[in-house]
Design a protein around this ligand. Structure first.
Ligand code: B12
Ligand code: SF4
Length: 477
């Protein structure tokens, strides 16, 4: 009998609506790492990635029952909780003898509330390795809290062999100029982030300011296996701030350069740690794209969310990356607490000025574990967890101090169209990748939002501070 089946619940349609085909399909790295650790402790383990197989909650439960595990462990961040709750609810009805565990970003932020809301036997707060072994060994407490491991070099390589590696695909822009999107994998070289930007909930798993690095010699083993055994071409380095420690990055890049691998990779950098020498080295190692959190085009807004960066640093970082011949991806956020129409206009203006090779236009969401969530008026919070997704057709952010949630979503969608329709952008993309027509086709695809419903709850339209019609929405053309 199987000891434990780890499950990544599927929710692509509710998360990406009509633009699902543009979204990446990435391995559930967290449970692949847990599986390897569980195996080391002599328990039998399998993974069911319902996301990549596109299984509904009911089909997921059929498959779980078929594999006859003693335990099922579900991974979920906030947007996946709708699907996770459905799977766990159906499983309790149909196979109550299977003991269930949930872990990941969402329940790490609000373990008690998750236990109360979800039909689950165990909730794990934090890193799952030790708690899951203790549960398999018979520990009984419903909420298990983990201390982060001190030496992450001790963690085994992810159990890639338990996944169908051919099914995963890179972000669409990552394959521009290359063609195929599959042969894609995630790699980490550090875990955690020492910063505390107010809109970000990344620290809920490991704890505030906790940042640990894996030694470059251990990191390169991951690359070796992915290259030699799985024939991987595209890699996302998932470190929240890859360029934080110069020596660490330099050594990893040297090891990659020595091996002459032809990976096509991307990584995240803060603008304040962008360094000319390092970027050149990263580019030589195969990191062709660097993503930076610009977030807002207005200093007052950047300061209000403790981003600890200024406009000069943003401009400097762009120049450094472009001088190193890297493609730059930028992230912008609309709907931060102090945003009004003018500051959101500053953000789109900056995006147009920077004109980077790709831009993500996000919406500030009150993820559990953020100050936004803690301080939110309960009536303003979304009713369903899936509504915390930026691309969800029914996405529902908080109203800002000045703008209603419906208008935040409208502004974001208009900003997206304005940026990608601009001839300056399209001409640059044509010159670099020959992808102008692709961008024009992409613009015809719609998420399928129902703006009118965004702010309506059972209690009526609750947060229309400044409701406006599409025509009168100021700002972006
Ligand atoms: C790669 C990534 C993605 C990938 C895919 C992830 C995947 N397949 O799992 C893509 C690009 C698709 C993605 C999409 C989104 N993402 Co994302 N993503 C990440 C990123 C950068 C790395 C995730 C990762 O692999 N971490 C490393 C592993 C080892 O950690 P882990 O998964 O947390 O697992 C550990 C523990 O949580 C725990 N654990 C996890 N599962 C389980 C299960 C059990 C049973 C147990 C016991 C323990 C346990 O143990 C694990 C080992 O320690 C994180 C940031 C981060 N640093 O984690 C954001 C992050 C998870 N994403 C985030 C968000 C917001 C999104 C989107 C909603 C954005 C959007 N577009 O709207 C979408 C949602 C898509 C969806 N399907 O619903 C937020 C989540 C916030 C929240 N509270 O939910 C994060 C934290 C980023 C951030 N800065 O805020 N994402
Ligand atoms: S936004 Fe980036 S720098 Fe800020 S806390 Fe999140 S991961 Fe760290």
């Amino acid at each position: 009998m199987l000891d434990i089946l780890l499950v990544n619940p599927g929710n692509r349609l509710s998360q990406f609506g009509g633009v699902s085909e543009y979204a990446t399909v990435a391995q559930p790295l967290g449970i692949a790492m847990l599986a390897a650790y569980i195996r080391q402790h002599n328990f039998s383990v399998e993974i069911l990635d319902a996301e990549v197989l596109d299984l509904s909650p009911s089909e997921t439960v059929d498959e779980i029952i078929l594999r006859r595990p003693k335990f099922t462990g579900i991974t979920a961040f906030t947007t996946k909780m709708t699907a996770a709750n459905k799977v766990l609810g159906l499983l309790k009805e149909r196979a109550p003898h299977i003991r269930t565990i949930i872990g990941g970003h969402h329940c790490s932020a609000i373990p008690e509330a998750t236990l109360a809301e979800t039909k689950v036997d165990f909730v794990v707060k934090g890193e799952g390795y030790k708690p899951i072994i203790e549960i398999l060994d018979g520990r009984k407490e419903a909420i298990q809290i983990a201390e982060p491991m001190k030496n992450i070099d001790e963690l085994p390589l992810p159990a890639w062999d338990l996944l169908d590696m051919d099914r995963y695909r890179a972000h669409h822009w990552q394959s521009w100029g290359i063609g195929q999107k599959n042969s894609f994998a995630l790699v980490y070289t550090s875990l955690g982030c020492p910063f505390q930007c107010k809109f970000c909930s990344v620290s809920v798993v490991y704890g505030k300011r906790i940042y640990r690095r894996k030694s470059p010699e251990r990191v390169i083993q991951d690359f070796d296996v992915l290259y030699n055994k799985y024939n991987i071409k595209h890699i996302e380095i998932i470190d929240d701030t890859f360029t934080l420690n110069k020596k660490h990055v330099e050594r990893i890049c040297d090891l990659l350069i020595e091996r002459k691998y032809d990976f096509n990779m991307w990584a995240f950098s803060r603008t304040d740690t962008a360094d000319a020498y390092l970027m050149e080295k990263m580019k030589k190692a195969g990191i062709n794209w660097v993503f930076m959190g610009v977030e807002a085009g207005n200093t007052k807004i950047l300061d209000s969310v403790l981003k600890k960066q200024n406009l000069e640093q943003i401009h400097r970082a762009m120049k450094i990356a472009h001088d190193a011949e890297m493609n730059v991806g930028t992230n912008y956020i609309f709907g931060l607490a102090d945003d009004d129409f003018d500051t959101m206009q500053d953000t789109i203006d900056l995006a147009l000025e920077l004109n980077t090779e790709w831009s993500n236009f996000f919406i500030a969401m009150p993820y559990p574990g953020t100050e936004m969530y803690d301080k939110a008026d309960a009536k303003d919070l979304p009713e369903k967890w899936e509504q915390y997704g930026f691309f969800a057709p029914n996405a529902r952010p908080l109203p800002t101090k000045h703008v209603g949630s419906e208008d935040v979503v409208r502004f974001r969608d208009k900003a997206f169209n304005t940026f990608f329709s601009s001839s300056r952008y399209q001409d640059m993309i044509e010159k670099k990748f020959g992808m102008k027509k692709y961008i024009q086709d992409m613009l015809k695809r719609k998420i399928g939002r129902d703006y009118e419903r965004i702010a309506i709850t059972d209690a009526g339209p609750s947060n229309h501070k400044t409701r406006r019609s599409e025509e009168t929405l100021p700002g972006v053309k």
